[in-house]
Design a protein around this ligand. Sequence first.
Ligand code: GAF
Length: 381
Amino acid sequence: MKTKIQELFKKMYGDGASFFASPGRVNLIGEHTDYNLGFVLPGAIDKAIYVGVKPNDGQKCRIHSVDYDQSIEMDLHGEKPAQQWARYIYGVVQEMEKRGALIRPFDMTFGGDVPLGAGLSSSAALESAVGFALNTVYNLGFSREQLAKIGQMTEHNYVGVRCGIMDQFASLFGDHGKVIRLDCRSLEYKLEPFDPTGCKVVLFDTQVKHSLASSEYNVRRAQCEAGVAVILKHVGGIESLRDVTLEMLNTYKNEMDDVVYRRCSFVINENQRVLDACDALEKGDYATFGEKMNGSHDGLSKWYEVSCEELDFLADLGHRNSGVLGARMMGGGFGGCTINLVRDAAYADYLAEVTDKFTHRFGKAPRIIEVNISQGAHQIR
Ligand code: GAF
């Protein structure tokens, strides 16, 4: 893909472009905790969005999407573009300009190998790749942390998803063989070696994407905020669910809707699971780590209600198999993929079992995606 972007840029817009890559991500544990200012444990993967960019002398940007096979001209200060994919680029530019940058029109080609709709954050990879590319080419001086916030605010203001910062952070800060233990409030992070000797990480993509995913995402966020508002009436200094204990939640349970209670309860437990999983990781205890992954899935499915039949089916297969240390849905939910920690000795048989049983039940095999934890946003020389 990298070479294709380079060749295409040359063919369409000539020589002199600079090229960049920013990856998708996996998340080992810590789902729907980021916008509650809690903890997450993602890692960048070896699948990325590649961008070629070069300033032009015209009044408009010329942009070609390889994946959508579409070319557009875009006025940086005009209306929001009609194409969804172009809004990510437009949004990043607007967010940079809000922060004082001046961006002249450019030519751009982009495309990638992050599977679309699989929950691997291809959109955050695009925002991060575009942000990183423009930051470098125009020498804007934004830090990686600022670029992550620019990507996150692009989602809020130009796509309509009130996401947290996990995906953009992982795409910008990832490193080979390391997961990112991120505190989503302070944005302090630690790169932890992730080397589960004797195991493999594999993703099973249901290839299901429910149209409700982004609206339900915003509903979940609002439910968490509603829970915080109840607690705040009684306890001072509460900024987010990060500050709420299960004890507080249970004390004021009667003042909140049962659904709100369930959502908040999940988030508080999930935060604790991330911390427990990180402790297990430091000790090299992958069995405990896997148990936390399983608990995360159960909570996401039953308490946060962001799973779906296909994801539950895949997680359940993992939970019943002694060769699988952990299995859970990953990302926002309502489709996409599961992440699985599988013993080497069981790996081949398990892949065959999953393919067979899933196909029997849903009439289509899941897509098997093998990933390596890899480097964050970078320039390609
Ligand atoms: C999506 C969002 F973009 C992230 O910010 C995060 O909330 C995730 O869903 C759920 O953990 O990927």
